[in-house]
Write a protein that binds this ligand. Structure first.
Ligand code: GLN
Length: 453
């Protein structure tokens, strides 16, 4: 109860869009009462949590960071929300995000940006900047994020926290407001690898409500985290992805330095570090920015002024729809809808969407070849430490480039983790270390991550 007390105090970080102090306290009190009565409780009972506003929460406002959903209160829970409730975790509230999870800085939120607790002038990453900043500011011990191209891992990197994108299908997407359905994956965010594993266990597992949900148990992530903290890494082969490690330029010196130090520590624990090459990663970002807008333009068609959120009346229903979408969507969302509908239109489909899907296959093959030689692949999570708020807002390409190292994992559906790798010497800001594993081998991330931590 102490942990959720004083929640209503406004914070300069602005990690939360909505705070439910009453609801959280009610859950906390019920857990305390059951504990006092000797009732057996789930492992994380009473541990408060913040939920990214992309997940629907029955009775709690859900906007996905968009003005178009202002005032909408979902009549049902996402599967992950339900699992969090069943785990008896008090829900502190909904965390801020770029509108519909499009962005790398949380500046595209319809409700104002989140600030990085390490330096309030800097971005907390995105799209899940709120979930990461809440952890770094000690406003929540655990949060949930969604990762379509890096929105869990990149915010973790720039706030010195831990974030995991599970294998595609490992966590149900039912009730998660879709950005790009073939890339989206929900995942846990925490301050330690073990905390993150404990939440992964609550969130994961098969769900009949999601047709892409893997029909198998949650990987043994908690055991792996415990094992990683105890055992050395003899026999583990770690592949440094040449194309993602800054060898080709564009990476900040301090990022490269901390990355090299992490490799040294892995070697010190007995791991063998080798270099691997994934040549088609050069085209991954371009392919992603065709596939994502294409899927997003289709997913966002449901915001039509009739079913959810705001409504701006026009003379005809078409005009009402157009006026509502014009008023409700922000610039980045409009940019991507236009890009996506263009890429999918007759005559251009093969040239853009078709080519992008071919690149996607090549990226998957590159990963297969690399994992044939290594147990895990590693890279810096982001090329730079957090940049200043406002610095890239008018330059979409510079903003997109921040995701260069995180996007390939989404194209291939494999799991990835970002964990802190120290502060860059030149600016004293957080650097992230990324670990990638083959599909369904999420446990490896936790083993190596816990060993490094
Ligand atoms: N920053 C990336 C984008 O803008 C990733 C977003 C995400 O993972 N939701 O698309």
């Amino acid at each position: 109860i102490a942990a959720v007390d004083g929640l209503d105090t406004p914070s300069a970080v602005h990690a939360f869009l909505h705070i439910d102090a009453e609801g959280a306290l009610e859950t906390a009190r019920a857990v305390d009462a059951d504990r006092a009565a000797g009732v057996e409780l789930p492992r994380l009972a009473g541990v408060p949590i913040g939920i990214k506003d992309v997940l629907v929460t029955q009775g709690l406002p859900t906007t996905a960071g968009s003005r178009i959903l202002e005032g909408w209160i979902p009549p049902y829970d996402a599967t992950v929300t339900r699992r969090v409730r069943e785990a008896r975790m008090p829900i502190l509230g909904k965390t801020n995000m770029d509108e519909f999870a499009m962005g790398s800085s949380t500046e595209h939120s319809g409700y104002g940006p989140t600030h990085n607790p390490w330096d309030l002038e800097r971005i907390p990453g995105g799209s899940g900047g709120g979930s990461a900043a809440a952890l770094a500011a000690f406003e929540a011990p655990l949060t949930i994020g969604s990762d379509t191209g890096g929105s869990i891992r990149q915010p973790a990197s720039v706030t010195a926290t831990v974030g995991v994108k599970p294998t595609y299908g490992g966590v149900s997407r039912y009730g998660a407001i879709a950005l790009a359905s073939s890339l989206d994956q929900l995942g846990p965010c925490g301050r330690t690898v073990l905390d993150t594993a404990l939440l992964h266990e609550v969130m994961g597992g098969h769900d009949v409500m999601d047709a892409t949900s893997l029909d198998e148990p949650v990987p043994p992530v908690v055991d792996a985290a415990l094992e990683g903290a105890r055992m050395d890494l003899t026999g583990v082969r770690v592949g440094v992805v040449r194309e993602l490690s800054g060898a080709e330029g564009g990476f900040q010196d301090g990022v490269k330095q901390r990355f090299e130090e992490s490799l040294e520590r892995l070697r010190g624990m007995g791991a063998e570090v080798v270099e691997v090459s994934c040549p088609s990663f050069e085209y991954a970002l371009a392919a992603y920015y065709v596939i994502l807008p294409s899927e997003a333009s289709s997913n966002l068609a449901k915001f039509d002024s009739v079913r959810f959120g705001i409504r701006v009346e026009g003379a005809t229903i078409e005009r009402t729809m157009a006026a509502t979408r014009a008023a409700g969507f922000g610039d980045e969302v409009k940019r991507r809808i236009i890009l996506g509908t263009y890429a999918l239109s007759a005559g251009y489909y093969d040239a853009y969407y078709g080519s992008a899907q071919k690149v996607r296959t090549l990226v998957q093959r590159d990963f297969d070849a690399a994992f044939a030689q290594c147990d895990v692949l590693v890279s810096p999570t982001t090329p730079t430490t957090p940049f200043k708020l406002g610095e890239r807002i008018d330059d979409p390409l510079a903003m997109y480039l921040n995701d260069i190292a995180t996007i390939p994992a989404n194209l291939a559906g494999i799991p990835g983790m970002s964990l802190p790798a120290g502060l860059a010497p030149e600016d004293g800001l957080p650097v992230g270390f990324q670990i990638l594993a083959p599909a369904r081998e999420d446990a490896r991330l936790y083993r190596i991550g816990a060993a490094l931590e």
